[in-house]
Design a protein around this ligand. Structure first.
Ligand SMILES: Cc1cc2nc3c(=O)[nH]c(=O)nc-3n(C[C@H](O)[C@H](O)[C@H](O)COP(=O)(O)OP(=O)(O)OC[C@H]3O[C@@H](n4cnc5c(N)ncnc54)[C@H](O)[C@@H]3O)c2cc1C
Ligand code: SF4
Ligand code: SF4
Length: 396
């Protein structure tokens, strides 16, 4: 229930302008909540005198069962001057489709923006039943406040049973805000999602430094929310025969509800270089490369194969490569066709970031190195002696 502290309320009308549902009105200079309040929480943070708060009671099981549908945040990015959904959205759609079929529920992708999205219907060919478009000029760039307000409003109105986000920088910022706003559970950085016999979402993620895999359920709140690492789930070819619906969600946003403004976007990395998350071929260096100068060999091998270079956390900590190239639990998850691990031991925190690669080749002088347990092909020996031979043969 939305509570209004009438002693504090000054009747400034900010909450009235912000509410996406017209559910709060100012009468006699005091805010009054209407029956159609969905408890989305958008007004609470906006009140300059903290006169608004939400009191939530535990929701009975029968109420939780009324929540239905798998929702995915269709995060978009600019590519070649077009606004397109990120690759992780197609990965979530592939897994979301399996969850939706298991529960016999619909799969919806929620796309926020100012209307420049190219071809949203492509998401239907990847498994969505419905695209929910949320268009507003204040959604032209990602800001945590605007996106949190809209996603919270959608959840309050549509009542989905599951809401998934890519564990991208923006997804990792947005999902916890929504969860905190609506008092929901959230499992971050999942590497697996299944439905159990009770119809609950089993969210799997590494825990205790990656040494065990934890299976987490959210039995008391809906939607069950999770962020999922890119490159964990694979997706197939689009199915052009699939049919779906494109619906518009009426967005109400006021500038007063957004505390940050995107002034300019500066890219730190070279845009011409493929991110390791999107790369098909990765040559990854570890401490077995011995010194920074030796990385010119791993770079040369990557160039000869038309791939990119990455590395373990150990060499990132030594500043041999930037953090944007770190593979693993505290770095990025990659899913290339070919991953060549050069002088990497294969610690669990590294493996969780690369074991979904299609083919793994490991070069290590220790035949018992754990990396060989996940490798399709292993070369035992001194990497500094093996790399020049490989490069020479490839160049031939
Ligand atoms: C909370 C947490 C998060 C972490 N996150 C990450 C992460 O995201 N990514 C990550 O990578 N690590 C992460 N780590 C660190 C991880 O546990 C390992 O310490 C790290 O991956 C080791 O890097 P490495 O394999 O390059 O080095 P090492 O473990 O030192 O292994 C070097 C390997 O090179 C081999 N070698 C040595 N010389 C040669 C040679 N001449 N030729 C061939 N092989 C040789 C050795 O046999 C050895 O197997 C994390 C740790 C913690 C606790
Ligand atoms: S924003 Fe706060 S102070 Fe202003 S009308 Fe609403 S409840 Fe009252
Ligand atoms: S909680 Fe949401 S629906 Fe209710 S009054 Fe505030 S903004 Fe409107």
């Amino acid at each position: 229930m939305l509570k209004i502290d009438t002693e504090k309320c000054s009747g400034c009308k900010i909450c009235e302008k912000i509410c996406p549902f017209g559910a709060i009105v100012i009468i006699d200079k005091i805010a009054q909540v209407q029956d159609n309040c969905t408890l989305c929480g958008a007004c609470v943070n906006s009140c300059p005198v903290e006169a608004l708060s939400i009191e939530r009671k535990p929701v009975p099981k029968e109420e939780l069962d009324k929540f239905s549908g798998i929702f995915i945040w269709g995060e978009c990015e600019e590519k070649d001057e077009r606004t397109v959904p990120k690759k992780v959205v197609r990965e979530l759609l592939a897994q979301g489709r399996k969850l939706a079929d298991r529960l016999d529920q619909n799969l919806t992708v929620v796309v926020l923006g100012d209307g420049k999205l190219t071809g949203p219907e492509t998401l239907i060919t990847y498994g969505a039943d419905r695209i929910m478009r949320c268009q507003h000029k204040l959604l032209s760039s990602f800001t945590t406040d605007s996106f949190t307000n809209v996603i919270s409003a959608i959840i309050s109105k549509e009542k989905p049973s599951v809401f998934l986000f890519g564990a991208t920088p923006h997804g990792r910022e947005l999902a916890p805000r929504v969860a905190a706003r609506l008092h929901l559970g959230l499992t971050a950085d999942c590497t697996g999602l299944e439905i159990n016999e009770k119809g609950e979402l089993i969210q799997t993620r590494p825990a205790f430094g990656g040494n065990i895999m934890a299976s987490i359920v959210s039995p008391y709140t809906r939607p069950q929310m999770a962020t999922v690492r890119p490159n964990v789930f694979s997706f197939g070819d689009p199915d052009n025969s699939r049919k779906g619906e494109i619906a518009d969600f009426k967005v109400v946003l006021s500038p007063a509800s957004i505390r940050t403004k995107v002034v300019a976007i500066e890219r730190l990395s070279d845009e011409r270089e493929v991110s390791i998350e999107d790369a098909d071929i990765i040559v990854s260096a570890g401490m077995g490369c011995q010194k920074k100068e030796n990385l010119k060999l791993t770079q040369e091998l990557a160039d000869a194969l038309g791939g990119v270079m990455a590395g373990s956390r150990a060499i990132v900590e030594l500043d041999w490569i930037p953090h944007t190239k770190q593979v693993g639990q505290s770095g990025l998850t990659v899913g290339p066709q070919l991953y060549i691990a050069v002088g990497i031991s294969g610690a669990i925190q590294h493996l969780v970031g690369m074991s979904s690669a299609k083919t793994i080749i490991a070069i290590n002088k220790d035949p018992n190195a754990p990396i060989f347990k996940v490798a399709d092909l292993g070369i035992v020996g001194d990497a500094m002696g093996i790399l020049p031979v490989l490069i020479r043969e490839l160049k031939k």
